[in-house]
Design a protein around this ligand. Structure first.
Ligand code: GCU
Length: 690
């Protein structure tokens, strides 16, 4: 169903099962689609593909409501559909959020009509994909009454793609899909990608790496062929951005750009980027105007500042609100938004505490169009982390939750790891910010300027994700950002059935997905709160794949006496940044949940857990359990030989062989490390901890 030779992912649109086919054909062979904005072009194209595949016949697309047909689809704004939608009150439609939509089965002049309408054209795109999804899943569509609005106003994918050599930072699916050398010439892949995103409700995309200058390449800031992300803001490159914006616009997706805080210095002849200097403010204003002249619906900028070598307000003795506001104020007259990342750490022994210490005191100081973008946890996308203390701590600031769709620390396109359960845990976490029952998802929901940003996963590989099973993460990200109340299993089930079809194979794949995250936690960490035992590599921004616990004593705190990081009041004090009763729960090893125990506490190796098992023994057990689980997943996958197509079967089977090997390497390295420090043998006598 894609024009390109790339995998169709979940938009396969295979012929509907015979028990539904007749109804689908009766109701959807004819479709009346309004002629309005660019989004309607996308709607029509998608209907041609989607219905063409599902109905296994070419649909008839009309420019007026068709008469004397048994049934038809009617897609357009509430005013346009008025003649056929007496049962749909335009007021009701206009009251929906912009991206929301309504789908209702009505009768019109003897025909069964399915009305799809929305207050804005983007909603029609999302609604079209929704309807096609129902059909792809074989759901009944003859008596629909659906009103859907996204919980999160902002649902954005952040690419960490560098223009230079199209290298994607933390990308494991080949080069960047954005071919900056050839842009503004377009290729068909951009539209296919926009379709994937819109099909799951994404409404924004930031196209380049937050590291707009690659650490270690500071010399290369001139217009050489080795160009860097900060240069995309230069006038000569803006038409490239505008060309991409034109593609994504049709799918209701706004374009964002990561910019360097020091742009006024890098991209002009100013000698300062100090945010309080009027010439700096004037520069940002001119730049914003230039961008919006070309791209009137441009989303805005993303900034990583004062972090990992990127310049920021601290370089000018200003705080983060001063730094953000000068850029935000330039965007404001154009309706643009600034996503300002809270990922800062440096002078502290414990990096976990720093984001809160930096940002919490600034609550209320940020301009109205700033979103402070906070990683889900205080460290860095580890297999499991406690939730960042900033959620719930900044009620007067728009917040965004940053998740990582690409699996930097969970196996990098080689290991199968379905991350939706991790994200659910984050979004469901009760911050107690406003008394009990204030989960993160509720703090984010229903507020303009708030939402979820996910670090992108796709690359130029024909399978998009480096691993066929990892498409479930992009799918799940979008679905969850639209509706965080959806269950992990429900999302996995939708994805599996659309991607691999219903039936036994689908069941097996669903089980594989659902068990993959816990396995990853177990063999990557030992399952009780240890972090960051990955090898870093010689050069900056490498690896994070191989085990190297000896490299990171500051994260796991292993000594001969014990292991873990003391983040209680006696230690770094991170636990105290939560609201009660969470702070007290984490502060005390007796009440701290076991899965986070060593994140908050440094404990003797032989400290007894609730069931009497010692800390070190639990670490051994979990590492072994993780590997056993992966072996089990691989065996289940092997059982699918002949059940699914050979291409996807073989690819994933090979990945699983490697996954098992790597999981064993992790287990063996961690267990040897635990043994070396503790001197305590595994009570089951398993190597290498003997
Ligand atoms: C991590 C990651 C980097 C990334 C950084 C960020 O450190 O390894 O690749 O640049 O997070 O989120 O800014």
């Amino acid at each position: 169903m894609f024009d390109s030779e790339y995998d169709d992912c979940w938009l396969r649109y295979d012929r509907a099962e015979s028990d539904r086919l007749d109804t689908y054909r009766r109701l959807c062979t004819h479709a009346y689609v309004s002629d309005a904005g660019p989004e309607l072009v996308a709607v029509r194209e998608e209907l041609r593909r989607g219905l063409g595949g599902l109905l296994d016949r070419e649909p008839h697309l009309w420019h007026h409501p068709p008469r004397s047909v048994e049934g038809f689809l009617a897609i357009g704004g509430p005013e346009e559909l008025r003649p056929i939608s007496e049962t749909v009150d335009p007021e009701e439609v206009r009251a929906l959020d912009d991206d929301g939509f309504l789908i209702r089965s009505v009768e019109w002049e003897g025909s069964d009509c399915t009305v799809l309408t929305a207050p804005a054209d983007a909603g029609l795109v999302y609604g079209t994909f929704h309807l096609l999804r129902l059909m792809s899943l074989g759901e009944p569509i003859d008596d629909l009454d659906i009103v859907s609005e996204p919980a999160n106003a902002e649902r954005i994918v952040d690419h960490w793609d560098n223009p230079f050599r199209r290298k994607v930072e933390r990308g494991y699916a080949g080069p960047s899909i954005f071919d900056w050398e050839r842009l503004p010439d377009l290729n068909e892949r951009y539209a296919d990608y926009a379709r994937l995103l819109a099909s799951v409700g994404i409404n924004g995309i930031s196209v380049n790496n937050v590291n707009t200058r690659i650490p270690g390449r500071e010399g290369a800031n001139d217009a050489t062929s080795e160009w860097e992300g900060w240069q995309l803001i230069e006038s000569r490159n803006l038409e490239k951005i505008a060309a991409l914006a034109g593609v994504f616009r049709r799918y209701g997706i706004e374009l964002y750009l990561s910019v360097n805080f020091a742009s006024p210095v890098l991209a002009s002849d100013l000698d300062t980027a100090d945010p309080v200097e009027p010439e700096v403010a004037a520069w940002w204003e001119r730049k914003a105007t230039e961008v919006y002249d070309l791209i009137p619906d441009f989303g805005g900028f993303v900034v990583k500042a004062d972090s990992e070598g990127q310049l920021g307000p601290y370089d000018y003795d200003r705080d983060h609100a001063e730094g953000a506001n000068v850029i935000a104020e330039a965007l404001a007259p154009h309706g643009g938004r600034l996503w300002w990342r809270a990922f800062v750490y440096s002078e502290h022994d414990d990096r976990a505490v720093q984001a809160y210490e930096t940002f919490e005191p600034l609550d209320g100081e940020f301009a109205d169009n700033v979103t402070v973008q906070i990683k889900n946890g205080p460290i860095d996308f580890q297999p499991r982390e406690p939730v960042s203390t900033l959620f719930g701590a900044m009620p007067d600031t728009d917040l965004g939750c940053e998740l990582q769709i690409t699996g930097e620390y969970t196996g990098q396109g080689v290991h199968a790891c379905y991350l939706v359960p991790q994200w659910k845990e984050v979004l469901d976490f009760d911050t107690h910010a406003d008394g009990p029952d204030t989960p993160v998802k509720e703090l984010l929901a229903d507020r303009e300027g708030q939402g979820i940003a996910g670090v992108g996963i796709v690359g130029d590989d024909p399978n998009w994700f480096g691993h066929y099973l990892l498409g479930s993460n992009l799918y799940g990200f979008g679905r969850l950002a639209w509706d965080p109340d959806l269950g992990s299993e429900e999302i996995a089930d939708e994805w599996t059935r659309q991607t691999f079809g219903a039936g036994d194979a689908g069941e097996t794949i669903l089980e594989i997905l659902m068990e993959s995250w816990q396995a990853s936690i177990d063999y990557h960490t030992g399952g009780i709160g240890l972090m960051h035992m990955m090898y870093n590599g010689e050069a900056a921004l490498e690896n994070h794949y191989d085990p190297a616990p000896e490299e990171w004593p500051e994260y796991h705190g292993a000594t001969e006496e014990g292991i873990g990081y003391d983040r209680t009041a006696a230690g770094s004090g991170y636990a105290g940044q939560y609201r009660e009763p969470i702070a007290a729960r984490y502060e005390d090893p007796e009440t701290c949940p076991e899965e986070l125990l060593l994140f908050f506490h440094h404990l003797p190796w032989d400290h007894e857990l609730e069931d009497g098992t010692t800390v070190v023994q639990r670490l051994y057990d979990n590492c072994f359990a993780g590997v056993e689980a992966v072996e089990e997943l691989r065996d289940r996958w092997q059982g699918l030989e002949g059940e699914i197509d050979e291409r996807r079967y073989r690819h994933v089977a090979e990945r699983f062989d490697e996954h098992v090997l790597q999981a064993k390497r992790w287990r063996d390295t961690l267990c040897a490390f635990f043994y070396e420090h503790s001197g305590i043998k595994d009570e089951h006598g398993r190597p290498p901890a003997v």
